[in-house]
Design a protein. Structure first.
Length: 429
């Protein structure tokens, strides 16, 4: 299997980094194909915890070449902060490759992000204000600056100055704050010089690796239902986290992909606004007792922003749709141990709308907001799953949950997360 894609199947935060870290052992390249520094990945290695934003999780292995693909938008201050932190802990980033075609994020993108979100008032999307959306908008408008531009310092500085002057004027006209043009040019000239050694023609690099029979792993940043086309629009990200986005975001063709692993948490979470059929919340929108238990036990706070996540039961209608959208070959079910103390566990197996069962997942967010989830209930296992390494060692009721997932969504669950550390996982053939 030369190319494996790993994709989140919910609204993000499914524990992708742990599975990517696990799979990276058998791969030579790990390439990120979309998103920016608005998504965090956390890997626990013994007593050490690594919170990654832009650099692919495979950086923790000496044999892996980590790649930031052309579909990513790169915030250089964040990238170098991450590099400095990793190298101060003995993790070398010398192998890192950054696509010359990746677009760069600048201060005006973050100012536009904040201004737009403030003007939405009560209709806020819940963006992380990192400038991701405006950077992708500039890419689509064909006015963005790509990472390869730093290889010509004089031209790069001129491009940054031109764009800074234009965007500062637009921001002020919209009632926002302008940018200090000279300061921005000076800052990014320095950052660009530092980025230059990492710049690479990653498309040809990855194809040459394929020609050399290397194994490639392609990772997304967010998840299926944050996809700008297939997610709960407008409460989505600004790129395509679905598996097909891995082709556009790396230059790898679809016939080279032979394995697509979907990551699903044993319950569901989301950050920000938008419909959430299985959410465990009271009438005011605050988490109820069970929702709060998931937050507390599962440490459900954003890696990047620290925001508390919304929590709910596992939704197999969503997951079945994610199987279709991504052509999943298998599922990795994470954080099953978070449910260890629950008296019973519910799983959504279908929706009803106006008393009728829906055939599939709704194509409009306003319809999704009206559906009523139909649950199957499994008795809790009331015992710790920590330390379980084989499927048979899982409690029978935990296995019932895994098998219900397989029955409803139609693909096998090949990995089950039973704890936070990198080896807390059951591997099934």
């Amino acid at each position: 299997m030369p190319v494996t894609v790993v994709v989140g199947t919910q609204w993000g935060d499914e524990g992708k980094a742990k599975i990517i870290d696990l799979l990276s052992r058998d791969h030579s390249y790990v390439a990120r194909y979309q998103g920016g520094h608005n998504a965090g990945h956390t890997v626990v290695v013994g007593e050490e915890k690594y919170a990654l934003q832009l650099i692919p999780s495979g950086v923790l292995y000496n044999h892996v070449t980590p790649v930031i693909g052309n579909g990513v938008v790169v915030d250089m201050p964040t990238l170098f902060s991450e590099i400095d932190k990793l190298e101060s802990r003995g993790i070398s980033c010398a192998r890192l490759k950054v696509s010359s075609q990746a677009h760069l994020i600048f201060p005006w993108h973050q100012l536009h992000d904040a201004l737009a979100e403030a003007k939405r008032g009560d209709d806020k999307i819940g963006t992380t204000l990192k400038g991701i959306g405006p950077a992708y908008a500039d890419k689509a408008r064909r006015v963005g600056i790509r990472a390869g531009a730093v290889l010509d310092p004089a031209s790069f500085a001129a491009q940054v100055r031109e764009r800074a002057i234009e965007e500062s004027a637009v921001l002020v006209a919209l009632g926002g704050q302008g940018v200090d043009v000279d300061a921005v040019v000076a800052q990014f000239a320095t950052l660009g010089a530092r980025l230059a050694p990492y710049i690479c023609d990653t498309v040809n690099e990855l194809h040459e690796a394929l020609d050399a029979k290397k194994q490639l792993l392609l990772e997304g940043a967010q998840a299926t239902f944050l996809d700008i086309d297939h997610g709960t629009y407008p409460f989505v990200t600004s790129s395509n986290p679905v598996a097909s986005g891995a082709c556009a975001g790396t230059g790898i063709g679809p016939r080279d992909i032979s394995r697509v692993v979907g990551i699903a948490k044993a319950y569901t979470t989301r950050v920000g606004s938008g419909p959430f059929p299985t959410e465990l919340a009271d009438a005011s929108g605050a988490p109820d007792a069970l929702g709060q238990a998931l937050i507390t036990i599962g440490h459900e706070f954003g890696t990047v922003t620290g925001r508390q996540r919304r929590t709910g039961w596992l939704d197999l209608v969503m997951l079945r749709h994610a199987v279709r959208l991504n052509s999943l070959t298998e599922i990795a079910l994470t954080k099953l141990d978070v449910l260890d103390t629950f008296d019973e566990v519910k799983v959504c197996v279908s929706y009803t709308l106006n008393g009728e069962t829906l055939r599939g997942y709704p194509d409009r967010a306003e319809v999704l907001a009206q559906v009523v989830p139909v649950y199957e209930t499994i008795s809790g296992w009331k015992t710790s799953l920590r330390g379980c390494k084989t499927y048979d060692s899982l409690h029978a009721n935990a296995r019932l949950l895994v098998e219900l997932v397989e029955k409803i969504v139609g693909v096998p669950v090949t990995m089950v997360g039973t704890g936070p550390e990198r080896d807390d996982c059951v591997i099934r053939s």
